[in-house]
Every structure is written in structure tokens, then in C-alpha cells.
Design a protein. Structure first.
Length: 721
């Protein structure tokens, strides 16, 4: 019953977010807005206002789903009634026109639509049937969202390195993930969270192509951009790069509209897109600043009219993008938390922050260019441990299109061309000189270029249309690009997903061969849609049961975009899911990539925290020099901190060929306080036992409590393993 309620509440939540976004778009653009800007505005506004509501509630320590839904309902009512009540026709007509435009565009490009839908639906289904498996999602995106869900606020999540930095990272992505986790209080639907932004990315690319001169063929740019392997792969994965790229491209679209004709709606929506990206990750802030400056520099006309609108855009960007940076200042670190980010690096601090950064693309010319690793990352990874897959062969078309962009578009579009070209150049330069790229990281870094490639796709289609390329040629090329992207994915579909696709194939075949079935489907499409939605909700308990039972296997055997250390510790998480119940898990790790999130469980049954090992027990990393809380270790202080945090489980983690954390030694020395429940070479799970009077405590050499219990080894490994 709870799973049915969770599924229904998730649908209600998403419906309310979409409704408020649509109403905001109507207020900003007017009820006579064209379908394309209305669609981009709706998705941008829905995302932006969701982030603003969640962050504000988190600051007030009221981040609870019932409060958030009440705010959304009040916002919808206010947008309908104020400042002038919108009539029913004003609400329905733009939505009907938008729906008709979508149908018309899809029917005009049936092969592209079918191929792209197949690709994204396969990815979505594959990840609906699996838990979150991607590196950054397990590392911190979901850790932040789930901790905020449990705590009801957006304070920096506390932990040792590297969580002591990621807890201060800009986290619009985690706020958005919260909306997908809170209604069901689970991770069941979180892999699908960025599908709306995937659609926004494509629509915004089409919009930019239109502003660059592709009046007729702009949908081809959208189809092509959405099919890029790196885009499709991340569409159903809890990384924030789709969110970042979608925000930037939406800002570019509305910024290019505002560049020609200043309007309040376009200014606010451009600012909202910049804020979404800036608050999602640090590179988003850099990209957003560059894009905003480029649009302002290219604008012409009456600045007395433009300046107030520019002020509104800046306010929107600051409201949606500046919150986490200001929060960092308030808790005692710099806006980017660079002091915390430098902790744990081997190189001196000055070396860590030079440009080009150590081990970036520009710092490794021999590896990246002479050996071709940078080119291979763009053409598409063939490494079995990395499924980001790059951009594909189409990159050889996009590069020259980007290079000639300002000169190849129509003369009347030169300003727009220079703005788009400048952003491609800025983002490519960032990709080359900032991110760490050695040891295969270059294959993951392609996602940092998604906004640039979106602009390049828009440029390629606009140049083709401007230079008189035939419609058949453009459509054929777009179809080839989409098919190439799908061929490069090679999605490893589970058997359940394959069966579901087979059922869909049978249904389509029935419609194809039966005129009566087609006529019946057209006549009863509303009933069929309602029935499909009801069946999806009713299937929620089956999905939950399968996901929970399969979680340990998936964490042990599968990955989404690249191999992670999760399989090393999956046995402990599986044991916790099966036997751990509720309580708090304290994670103590000597591993740089010690994941904490999976210990929370699929329904967040448990808290997963870091417990201080010093007497000060300051609950903010910023309170320690260089944000390092692992100072002045003291066993008795750690034990007292465990009691204070009401910890039930302690999960000890080490990396292969590494040492155990000091907490393992303390556990080993106190068999009367800890009972081992699960142990292997790299991971030990112990249960914290109630304190007993001194006369009842075992003597040294006695068997630990609960020895011989099923699943419980007789003794904990010592600090050396």
C-alpha cells in the first residue's frame, strides 16, 4: 500500500511542478506565446521554481514533502488568480496549441522520432529496473539529497575527505533529485529524474538553431543533440550534467531572443537558466558568467529599456544559482569551498590551482594528442570500463561547423553566431585546462562539453539551411546521426526490460496489421492512456519488491556510465538491506572513494553519517583547519560520539592494498562493545552493543558477544586486515 501511495504521490508532485512551470511561462511570455518558447519556458520555470522552493524550505528547516506540495498548490492558485485571473480559455488554448505542435513535429519526422524514443525509453527502462549505480550519484549527489530528506534542511553534509568538500558543493542537482525521492521516500524513481531536462536540452538546442537561422529544420538539431551517446547515457542517470547543459542552453535561447527584442519574460527566463546551471556545479557558474557577458555585449538598442530587464535577469540568476555559494560564506568557507577541495591532494596547493591544472588535457599533450586519447574520448569510448561513449563520429562534422559559425550564418544572424561561437570556445578551453584528465578521466570529461556540442548542433543545422542544403539531405544526415548514437550505446538491458519492450513491439505490430485496432485506439485514446497510467501505478509494489531484492546483485555486478568501487562493498550493503532494519550507520573509511549513500537502504531506512574521532566533535568540516575533521584521534571520544549520535552500526572500509581506518583498531580492542555481523577483505560491519556493567564485561581472550550467530564472524579483523 505504501508503494502505491508513493507512486501516486510522485505523479502528483511532478504534475504540480509542471503545472506551476506552465503557469509561470504563461505569465512571463503571455498566453499568445508560440509553442517552442512556451515549451522551453515551461520546463525552465518548472525546474527553477522547484529548486527555489526546496532551497528556501531547506534554509527554514522545513524541507518536507507535505510542506513543499502545499507551497506548490498555493503557487498554482496564486498564478491563476493574480494579478489578473486567467480565464479557462487562456489556460487551455496555449496547452492545446503546444500539444498540437508536438504531434505535428513528431509526425513530420517519424523515423527520427521512433529511433530517438526507442533509445531514451530503453535507457529509462533499464535504469528504472536498477538502483542508482553511477559514481558521482553514489558518491555525493544522492548522499546530499537523501540526508536533506532525512534532516529536513540543506546544511552542508558532514564527513571526512572527500565528503568534507562535496558537502559544500553547489547542489541544485541534489535539490531536484529530492523532489523525485521525497514523495515515495525511496530511490525507486530517482534514475528518471533528469528526463525532463533531457527534453529541455533538445528543445533549447532547436530554439538556438532557429535563432541562428534554421527556421524550417530546427527540429533536426534537437533530434541530433538528444541522440548523442553521452547525452542519452546520462539522461536516466543521477548525474547533474544534463541539468547544467539544459539550463545553459535554455539561457542561450532566451538570451538570443532578448538580444534582438528586449522583453521582461525573456530576460527572467534567461536569468533562470543561468541560475539553474550556476547552482548545479562550479563549472556551471563559470559557463553561466561567460554566457551572460556575451549576450549583454552583443545586445543593442534602448538600454533604458534593457537595464531594468537585465537587473531582473541578474536577480533570477542569483536567486537560483547563488544560494549554495552564499550558504558557504555563512558557515565559514569561501564560496567555492576551495580550502576543502584542496585537502587530500598530493601536490602543493599552488600546484593544485595553477592553469593549466596538473594532469589536464593541456598539461598532457603527449598522452592526449600524440597518442590520441582526447580524440578517442570525443569519437566515443571503446573501453569496457567506461560507457560515457563520447559524441561519436558526428564530432568530425561539428568541429568545422563550430569554427566557421560566425561567418557561415546569414548576415542578419551574425551577432547570434558570435555569441554561440564564444561559448563553444570558452567551454572547450575550460575542458582543456581545468578538469583532471589522466588515467581515463578524459572519457568522463566529455560531459562537460554537452552545452558546447548542443550549440554546435544548432550551428550545423542553421548553416546547412542557410547555405541551401536540400531537405532530404538534411533529414538523411540527421537520421544517420541518431542511428549512429543508438548503435554506440549497446545498452545492457535486463531480462525484464527486454520482455517489456517485446510486449510493446507486439502492441505496435497489432496496430500495424489491424485497421480495427487502430480505429479503436484512436477512438479510446484517453481511456487507454488512463488505463496505462493506472497500471503503472498499480505495478509500483512489484517494481519496489524487485528493486529491493535485486539491489545487492546490481551494486555488485553492474554500472551505469563507468566502473565504480561499489562492488567491493556491495555484500555489506546487501546484508544491511536484508537484516539491518533501521538505525544509524557510522561509516569510517580510509578509502578516498568510500561510498556512504548505499548504506541508507532503498527506502532510506537508515541514516548514514560520519562520526568524529575527536573530543571536540565539531559537526562542521569548516570548523577544522583545511576542513579536515580527522584530527586528534581519541578512542574514548569516538565511543562517546557514537553514543551521542545513537549509532547502531559501524561500517569500516578500506581500499585494496591500503590500511584500515584507526576506528578498526578501536573496534578490535573492544569485543564487549562491538559484535561483527559481516566481514570480508575490504569491509567490516559491526553492531554497537549496549554498555554493560564492568563485572559483566568479558576478559581479554573471551569470544566476542554473538559469536557464532549466522552471518557473524567470530572476531573482527585487526587494524592490518
Amino acid at each position: 500500500m505504501l508503494d502505491l501511495l508513493g507512486a501516486a504521490l510522485t505523479l502528483l508532485t511532478l504534475g504540480l511542478l509542471g503545472l506551476v512551470g506552465y503557469l509561470l511561462a504563461l505569465r512571463l511570455l503571455g498566453p499568445r506565446a508560440e509553442p517552442l518558447p512556451l515549451a522551453v519556458a515551461t520546463l525552465t520555470a518548472a525546474t527553477g521554481q522547484a529548486l527555489a522552493v526546496a532551497f528556501l524550505l531547506g534554509l527554514l528547516a522545513a524541507l518536507r514533502i507535505e510542506v513543499a506540495l502545499a507551497v506548490e498548490a498555493l503557487a498554482a492558485a496564486a498564478l491563476i488568480a493574480w494579478p489578473r485571473r486567467l480565464a479557462a480559455a487562456e489556460l487551455r488554448a496555449p496547452a492545446a496549441a503546444l500539444a498540437a505542435a508536438v504531434r505535428r513535429r513528431l509526425r513530420a519526422h517519424p523515423a527520427l522520432s521512433l529511433a530517438l524514443f526507442h533509445g531514451v525509453a530503453s535507457e529509462a527502462l533499464r535504469n528504472l529496473l536498477r538502483p542508482p549505480l553511477s559514481w558521482d550519484a553514489l558518491h555525493y549527489h544522492l548522499l546530499l539529497a537523501a540526508t536533506w530528506l532525512q534532516d529536513g534542511d540543506v546544511r552542508p553534509v558532514f564527513g571526512a575527505f572527500p565528503v568534507n568538500y562535496y558537502g559544500y558543493a553547489p547542489a541544485n542537482g541534489s535539490l531536484w533529485l529530492w523532489w523525485w525521492m521525497a514523495p515515495s521516500h525511496s530511490e525507486l524513481y530517482v534514475n528518471l529524474a533528469f528526463l525532463p531536462q533531457w527534453a529541455l536540452l533538445g528543445l533549447a538546442v532547436g530554439g538556438v538553431a532557429r535563432r541562428l537561422g534554421a527556421e524550417r529544420h530546427w527540429p533536426l538539431a534537437a533530434f541530433a543533440a538528444l541522440s548523442v551517446p553521452a547525452v542519452l547515457r546520462f539522461a536516466a542517470t543521477p548525474y547533474v550534467d544534463i541539468l547544467t547543459a539544459a539550463g545553459l542552453l535554455a539561457a542561450a535561447y532566451f538570451g538570443l531572443r532578448w538580444l534582438r527584442e528586449p522583453a521582461w519574460g525573456e530576460a527572467v527566463l534567461a536569468g533562470a537558466g543561468l541560475g539553474i546551471a550556476a547552482g548545479a556545479k562550479v563549472l556551471g557558474a563559470f559557463y553561466a558568467l561567460a554566457l551572460g557577458l556575451a549576450v549583454v555585449a552583443a545586445a543593442r538598442g534602448d538600454w533604458r529599456r534593457r537595464l531594468p530587464q537585465l537587473g531582473a535577469a541578474v536577480l533570477a540568476a542569483a536567486a537560483l544559482g547563488g544560494g549554495f555559494y552564499l550558504r558557504n560564506l555563512a558557515v565559514g568557507v569561501d564560496p567555492l569551498a576551495l580550502e576543502c577541495e584542496a585537502r587530500g591532494r598530493d601536490e602543493p596547493r599552488a600546484e593544485a590551482h595553477r592553469l593549466p591544472r596538473a594532469s589536464s588535457v593541456a598539461d598532457l599533450p603527449e598522452l592526449m594528442w600524440k597518442r590520441g586519447e582526447a580524440v578517442r574520448s570525443l569519437l566515443g569510448s571503446t573501453e569496457p570500463a567506461s560507457l560515457e561513449m563520447g559524441v561519436g563520429p558526428v564530432v568530425l562534422l561539428l568541429v568545422p561547423a563550430a569554427l566557421v559559425l560566425p561567418f557561415a550564418v546569414a548576415r542578419r544572424r551574425r551577432r547570434e553566431g558570435w555569441v554561440a561561437w564564444s561559448q563553444i570556445a570558452v567551454e572547450t578551453a575550460f575542458w582543456a585546462i581545468v578538469p583532471y584528465a589522466a588515467y581515463g578521466h578524459i572519457y568522463a570529461n566529455t560531459r562537460y562539453l554537452l552545452p558546447a556540442f548542443g550549440l554546435a548542433f544548432a550551428a550545423a543545422v542553421a548553416i546547412g539551411e542557410t547555405r541551401g542544403a536540400g531537405e532530404r539531405l538534411l533529414r538523411g544526415l540527421a537520421l544517420a546521426v541518431v542511428v549512429q548514437g543508438l548503435l554506440m550505446l549497446h545498452a545492457e538491458l535486463p531480462q525484464g526490460a527486454r520482455a517489456a519492450i517485446g510486449v510493446a513491439d507486439l502492441a505496435v505490430a497489432l496496430l500495424a496489421v489491424s485497421p480495427a485496432a487502430r480505429a479503436g485506439a484512436r477512438a479510446r485514446w484517453r481511456l487507454l492512456a488512463a488505463a496505462a497510467l493506472a497500471l503503472a501505478v498499480l505495478a509500483a509494489p512489484l517494481l519496489a519488491r524487485f528493486r529491493i531484492l535485486d539491489r545487492g546483485r546490481a551494486l555488485r555486478e553492474e554500472f551505469t556510465v563507468h566502473v565504480t568501487p561499489a562492488p567491493l562493498y556491495a555484500d555489506v550493503w546487501e546484508w544491511l538491506d536484508a537484516h539491518g532494519g533501521g538505525g544509524t550507520v557510522a561509516v569510517a573509511s580510509s578509502a578516498v572513494n568510500g561510498f556512504r549513500y548505499p548504506a541508507m537502504g532503498p527506502r532510506f531506512e537508515r541514516r548514514s553519517i560520519y562520526v568524529n574521532l575527536n573530543a571536540a566533535d565539531l559537526r562542521s568540516a569548516a570548523a577544522y583547519p583545511r576542513c579536515d575533521p580527522r584530527v586528534r584521534p581519541n578512542a574514548e571520544a569516538w565511543l562517546a560520539n557514537l553514543r551521542r549520535a545513537q549509532v547502531r552500526w559501524v561500517h569500516l572500509i578500506r581500499e585494496p592494498r591500503s590500511h584500515w581506518p584507526i576506528e578498526a583498531k578501536w573496534v578490535h580492542e573492544r569485543p564487549e562493545r562491538f559484535a561483527v555481523r559481516h566481514a570480508d577483505e575490504l569491509s567490516v560491519l559491526v553492531e554497537v552493543l549496549p554498555e554493560r556493567p564492568a563485572k559483566e564485561r568479558p576478559r581479554p581472550g573471551d569470544a566476542p558477544p554473538d559469536a557464532g550467530r549466522p552471518g557473524a564472524p567470530d572476531r573482527a579483523p585487526g587494524p592490518g586486515g
